[in-house]
Ligand binder design. Structure first.
Ligand SMILES: NC(=O)c1ccc[n+]([C@@H]2O[C@H](COP(=O)([O-])OP(=O)(O)OC[C@H]3O[C@@H](n4cnc5c(N)ncnc54)[C@H](O)[C@@H]3O)[C@@H](O)[C@H]2O)c1
Length: 361
């Protein structure tokens, strides 16, 4: 039996989500976390101690970490640093798993994909909801032809109260608010089901009436991003996508994800209850098919696949497997570019109060 190669991993950014990465890597027998970098003094070493990664080296400068012999790197920095750290890691010959959203601007994502292609290293984006088997089911239903020609899709959702703070609300660190933070998952669900058609134009509105109001947010004075947004996006293939997200609102729901086709419609509701629910994050509450049977309007309930998977662990495991077996990126940055293009278009359109065109390479 050939000896199993040890996959050597580095983690850049050692805040909240890095813990979920470390926990997932630790469950995989042939993985070693070799180094952790965090730009805040002492933070990487504290993380190493807390996570008991005793063999790992600590760095403040991620470039020092990238000098090591590593197979892959998890990028767990705030959004603004995804671009620089990913490009540097790819140029240093490491495979990259970058947290969501992919970047702040479309141009940054384009450069990340270019670095991946030039260096022949994978760039995968951390959309763990993809590992819910219901995602594959939704895709199968939409692509089976049962809906006929799909002409309209609505996705997104809304939390009644669910605004984060810290790095998530500062423009220079996060780049965008709810539309990128929680919205990128529902965009991925819709676009993945449709086969990731090219986005062509975006007309968007965003606001932040809740985040900037001290009555609703204790960090209101630092709140610089959108807590609500709505956009109409034209997609290749004459499909219109209505995309809406809220971190906070005076309403119970912003509705379900819906695919309208000439022969049928599919409605998907997110699971969960309470003020932080109402937005797709990888857990399906219900799925219904609306169609005609013998000319009768019919609603068929599609059983939701129950699974005991830890979706986060699955995404990290898949990254490691792709490295080990030399497979393509599980959630390819080249595809997620379209997701980022929409978020970039939302921000441009909301700022200019006009429809904008999406220019893709
Ligand atoms: N997939 C998910 O479920 C999920 C959940 C939460 C957050 N996220 C994403 O993970 C990312 C990080 O979120 P978080 O909650 O861990 O943030 P955080 O603020 O808790 O941690 C980020 C860390 O990165 C460090 N950092 C900043 N710039 C750096 C640089 N250039 N080099 C090295 N370290 C740097 C900061 O000092 C901080 O310790 C965000 O992009 C966020 O959207 C994903």
């Amino acid at each position: 039996m050939p000896e199993t190669k040890i996959i050597r991993i580095g983690i850049i950014g050692s805040g909240g989500i890095a813990r979920a990465h470390a926990s997932a890597y630790k469950k995989i027998p042939n993985v070693e976390i070799v180094a952790v970098a965090d730009s805040m003094e002492g933070k990487a070493q504290a993380f190493i101690d807390k996570e008991e990664l005793h063999a790992a080296a600590a760095f403040e400068d991620h470039l020092k970490l990238l000098e090591l012999d590593l197979d892959g790197v998890s990028i767990c920095t705030p959004n603004f640093a995804h671009h620089e750290t990913s490009v540097n890691a790819l140029n240093a010959g490491k495979h990259v798993l970058v947290e969501k959203p992919m970047s702040v601007t479309l141009q940054q994502s384009i450069e990340m994909v270019e670095a991946s292609r030039c260096n022949d290293k994978m760039l995968t984006v951390g959309f763990q909801p993809r590992y819910d088997p219901n995602m594959a089911l939704i895709q199968e239903i939409v692509q089976s032809g049962q809906l006929g020609k799909v002409y309209f899709v609505e996705t997104g959702g809304g939390r009644r109260r669910g605004m984060p703070g810290g790095t998530f609300i500062r423009k220079e660190l996060a780049g965008a608010g709810a539309m990128a933070d929680i919205g990128c998952y529902s965009l991925d669900m819709a676009l993945n089901a449709l086969g990731y058609p090219k986005p062509l134009t975006v007309s968007a509105y965003t606001s932040n009436y809740f985040g900037t109001n001290p009555k609703y947010h204790k960090e209101a004075e630092h709140f610089e991003v959108e807590d609500f947004g709505v956009a109409m996006i034209r997609l290749e293939g004459d499909i219109v996508l209505n995309y809406k997200i809220s971190w906070a609102m005076h309403m119970d729901t912003l509705g379900a994800t819906m695919f309208l086709g000439t022969d049928g419609g599919l409605k998907v509701t997110p699971a969960g209850s309470g003020p932080w629910s109402g937005v797709w994050d990888g857990s399906v509450g219900s799925m219904s098919l609306y169609h005609d049977v013998a000319n009768q309007n019919t609603q068929t309930s599609i059983p939701v696949i129950q699974h005991g998977l830890n979706l986060f662990d699955e995404k990290v495991k898949d990254f490691v497997n792709a490295i080990q077996y030399n497979r393509p990126a599980p959630i390819d940055g080249g595809e997620i570019l379209y997701n980022q293009a929409i978020i970039d278009g939302v921000l441009r359109s909301a700022a200019s109060k006009r429809e904008v065109t999406i220019e893709l390479p």
